[in-house]
Design a protein around this ligand. Structure first.
Ligand SMILES: Cc1cc2nc3c(=O)[nH]c(=O)nc-3n(C[C@H](O)[C@H](O)[C@H](O)COP(=O)(O)OP(=O)(O)OC[C@H]3O[C@@H](n4cnc5c(N)ncnc54)[C@H](O)[C@@H]3O)c2cc1C
Length: 363
């Protein structure tokens, strides 16, 4: 993994890769491994300083927490194949305590025993561990936002946000949330008709925003709970999800502290998007106090993550088959959770499936 040499000249462009994967979230990483397994040279381009996308981890003030995805479903073949086998590590843990539910009246109830019987995977030091393990053997350029593509009849030229040519490759796999993929396509030079067709399809997807807060208190302020997380069952509460990070793994939180992850519901998140972090921490503390039935003081530590494109709306998912029918003849492919729904294991699987489509198109 290396940072893209933005200050260097055009001679630095990547020319050995046969496929450029744009985005190094779990979907792009899973696709890259599948392509590499079939002996293609792959390079990944990631806008941020780290891989993982929305399955990420932050370390702040002695706490370590996941502001995005919370856990990975265990009852899926892709989870078994990747988490338990290919990228097996002693860091992987199944969260011991169950998820309980709450409603608009702050009534907390035991969760669904069938759901709670299934493993929920995470990593002792955060979900980012998975992406970092996956990135280890791959060519990944970080700090490298791809701002534009140009079709070269055949092949593709990739440009950075500063206009630098980053790569020239026969095939491209775009693994961004659909609105970001659409913006990239809108900025690109594509064969006649392709741009319109792609924008029409990608434009069908909708993503929900989400504010995620991490809030820490001395552990004595919040006694132990029989659950590790609470989920809002009637979708009418300003809080959609609340989890205790130390229940996922004690390594995440210093002794004698508790760290809550509080995800705010999409409507509440939209309405409070522009609030400053301090005001959000105060308002969220009030909501948590009401939900848990005890008056909490101001948190010792807080951190706010704004996810403008947190989760795709399940009723507006895209059809990968339709999109690839128009783009595959040009060596252009798409992956990500817009096709599957916002789940890590589904994004992993979609990455693999898109890679298989790309491989099939070369035969
Ligand atoms: C708050 C929250 C809670 C969630 N909870 C869960 C959960 O508990 N369980 C679960 O299974 N899933 C959960 N999810 C969903 C899950 O995180 C996603 O479905 C999954 O991580 C999507 O992976 P991806 O690779 O498709 O996309 P992303 O993770 O979005 O990856 C896309 C990557 O592309 C990069 N990028 C964007 N634009 C460019 C560009 N122009 N050039 C280069 N790189 C670019 C981004 O930086 C990012 O790294 C949650 C998501 C959120 C936000």
């Amino acid at each position: 993994m290396e940072s893209w040499p933005a200050t260097k000249g055009e001679s630095e462009r990547e020319q050995s890769a046969e496929v450029a994967v744009i985005g190094a979230g779990v979907s792009g990483l899973a696709a890259a491994h599948m392509l590499r397994d079939h002996e293609l040279q792959v390079a990944l381009y990631e806008r941020e300083e780290r891989v993982g996308g929305r399955a990420t981890t932050r370390a702040r003030a002695g706490f370590c927490f996941d502001p995005g995805a919370q856990y990975i479903h265990g009852n899926a073949p892709v989870s078994d194949a990747l988490l338990l086998q290919r990228f097996a590590t002693s860091e992987l843990v199944s969260i011991a305590k169950p998820v309980w539910t709450f409603d608009s009246q702050n009534r907390i109830r035991e969760g669904d025993p069938r759901q709670n019987a299934l493993p929920r995977w995470t990593y002792r030091h955060g979900l980012l561990t998975l992406a970092e393990l996956m990135a280890r053997e791959l060519t990944v350029y970080t700090h490298c936002e791809i701002a534009r593509l140009a079709y070269m009849r055949p092949g593709w030229r990739l440009f950075s946000a500063t206009g630098q040519v980053v790569a020239e490759v026969p095939a491209v796999l775009v693994t961004l949330p659909a609105p970001e993929a659409a913006a990239l396509m809108a900025a690109s030079e594509l064969p006649p008709g392709l741009q319109q067709a792609l924008l029409a399809e990608l434009g069908r997807a909708r993503y929900r925003p989400l504010l995620s807060l991490a809030l820490a208190w001395p552990r004595k302020a919040l006694p132990p709970t029989p659950y590790y997380a609470l989920v809002n069952s009637d979708k009418t509460h300003p809080i959609s999800w609340l989890a205790r990070e130390e229940e996922k793994s004690p390594e995440r939180v210093p002794p004698a502290w508790t760290l809550l992850i509080v995800q705010l519901a999409p409507d509440y998140s939209r309405a409070h998007w522009s609030w400053d972090d301090q005001a959000l921490a105060t308002a969220t503390t009030t909501l948590v106090s009401a939900l848990l039935g005890q008056q909490l003081p101001a948190p010792h530590f807080y951190d706010v993550q704004r996810w403008p494109l947190a989760l795709p709306e399940p009723e507006r998912l895209l059809d990968a088959e339709t999109l690839h029918r128009v783009s595959a003849p040009y060596g252009l492919f798409f992956s990500g959770d817009a096709f599957t729904g916002g789940r890590v294991h589904l994004a992993l699987r979609q990455g693999q499936e898109s890679a298989l489509r790309l491989l099939a198109s070369r035969r």
